[in-house]
Write a protein that binds this ligand. Structure first.
Ligand code: MSK
Length: 500
């Protein structure tokens, strides 16, 4: 028996589980893992800062009409940030072998995980970050591998936790010969908060080491390829881990639990890198110089505070802008990124793009992050900023989120976290798109039930589409115009000039 997979007939597994049950269980486990990562990140940051969020955090933060709708549909997690781990553990229990076999009920659990991820993960982590480090400021930044320096000692910082970012950025300022670069979401945080360059996203992380120029790679948690251990051995790079949950073979472990241990780890990491400079093998510097393309110049540091939300709302109302598209989540080696970049470049003529995480890097390296067509909002947890902007836009337009032309697209999802982010936005009432590999297979009864639940209880919609051209057509021709039309239909005011 097992693992639970059904590719065709028979209609049920030997245990009696149907396709629907298996897909619902798998999706629930995916979303619970995504929520665990974001909530764990927020909880760890809260412990590090000695801060707790109020028990009524979700009730205060969520739009009141949505809170009521979620409550009456049985989608609300138990109150209080600390309850989220109990909920996640119950979701894992409910989806374990022989526990909950009502797949319709498990689909509800999926949305509960997504809502919990949004508030106790994304919003909580972003609020804690902002409380400690302040809101980012819009500024110019640089990205891609060209941000490494052949003349300096390179230290790459990779993962998701701002504590190490802050400590090492502070310490590195005292060493003129040190070049600090970020990778993945730590890179996005570096870029937004400190203007430090972003060398790579998820699929380019190995190339940072393979440049032969990196003296130390400091990692905390999430999206860190296990292959980096082997790769660091092939080059001279010292691998340093800082999260007690995320040890790696061959790494120097410098656990961070508070500000003191962060400062100590930052100092030690820089010492190790400086000492390791002499181990850099000859030849790499010359090869880097020959192949180096200039870094992409980007505008970074947008937030819900410095984006002109009233101006965007006014443009939406006048029809000068057809909608807002959030491009979020991962890049993955199975999908062709170029097609997606083309689709969003095309859409950016009529739609404002807000972007985070690895997709922000992808768009930025193709010149889209110019501060006009596409705005960089930070790391994956900073999708909370986009949710705030969406909520405010709806308020300013006198509508609900579900009748606004607002889309979240996760075109190349690879982690459980990106699935949780997309479903959170769908629960807010947005259109939510996933490219392949899909978190739930299109055309299945489970995908249908989820779509119906989202539409009926939250007003959201699910679009599963792996072809960038088809996606672009659907979004521009039917999906977003239909969202905007919902309110006009309700109010009976569908005249020309009342919206795009
Ligand atoms: S880092 S979750 S690969 S966006 Fe947030 Fe990139 Fe996806 Fe990790």
């Amino acid at each position: 028996m097992g693992p639970c997979r059904l590719a065709g007939p028979p209609a049920k597994g030997v245990c009696g589980a149907s396709h629907e049950l298996i897909t619902a269980k798998n999706l629930l486990r995916t979303l619970a893992a995504g929520a665990a990562a974001h909530c764990g990140q927020a909880a760890r940051l809260g412990e590090y800062l000695g801060k707790k969020l109020p028990a009524a955090y979700l009730a205060r933060k969520a739009p009141a009409y949505l809170y009521r709708a979620w409550r009456s549909a049985g989608l609300l997690p138990a109150p209080g940030p600390s309850s989220c781990f109990r909920e996640i553990s119950e979701a894992m229990h409910a989806s374990a072998m022989g526990v909950n076999s009502d797949w319709g009920d498990l689909v509800k659990w999926c949305l509960k995980m997504a809502i919990l991820d949004g508030y106790y993960g994304l919003h909580a982590a972003t609020a804690l970050e902002d409380g400690k480090f302040g809101k980012p400021e819009a500024r110019e930044g640089a990205l891609n591998l060209a941000c490494l320096s052949a003349r300096k000692v390179n230290i790459a910082v990779h993962g998701h936790e701002p504590a190490m970012v802050e400590a090492i950025a502070g310490e590195a300022r005292r060493h003129a010969g040190v070049n600090l670069v970020g990778v993945c979401c730590t890179g996005a945080t570096f870029l937004s908060a400190h203007g430090i360059p972003l060398a790579a996203h998820f699929t380019l992380q190995e190339e940072v080491i393979a440049s032969g120029l990196v003296e130390a790679l400091v990692v905390d948690s999430q999206c860190i390829l296990p292959s980096l251990s082997d790769l660091c051995e092939c080059y001279h790079t010292r691998l340093i881990t800082t999260n007690p949950l995320a040890r790696m073979p061959g790494a120097v472990h410098l656990p961070i639990t508070d500000a003191r241990s962060a400062r100590r780890a930052a100092k030690r990491a820089i010492e190790l890198a400086l000492r390791n400079r002499s181990a850099r093998k000859p030849g790499y510097e010359a090869a880097f110089g020959e192949n180096r393309q200039p870094p992409a110049r980007v505008v970074i540091g947008s937030s819900e505070e410095n984006v002109d939300v009233p101006g965007i709302a006014a443009k939406l109302r006048r029809g000068g802008l057809k909608g807002v598209i959030a491009v979020v989540g991962c890049v993955n080696p199975r999908s062709e990124a170029a097609g997606w970049v083309d689709a969003f470049t095309e859409l950016s003529r009529d739609y404002l793009i807000l972007t985070t995480g690895c997709m922000a890097f992808e768009l930025g390296s193709h010149g889209l992050l110019d501060g006009k067509r596409a705005l960089h909002l930070g790391s994956c947890v900073n999708n909370a900023r986009i949710a705030d902007i969406f909520g405010r836009l709806a308020e300013l337009c006198g509508r609900r989120i579900s009748s606004m032309p607002l889309l979240v697209s996760c075109p190349m999802p690879i982690t459980e976290k990106s699935a949780a982010i997309g479903f959170y936005f769908a629960a807010l009432g947005c259109a939510a798109h996933f490219g392949g590999p899909f978190p739930v297979a299109p055309g299945t009864a489970t995908a249908g039930a989820l779509g119906a639940l989202l539409k009926n209880e939250c007003g959201g919609e699910l679009l599963l589409e792996a072809d960038p051209r088809v996606f672009r057509e659907k979004v521009a021709k039917t999906l977003l115009p239909a969202f905007w039309g919902r309110e006009r239909a309700r109010r009976g005011c569908g005249r020309a000039g009342t919206g795009p």
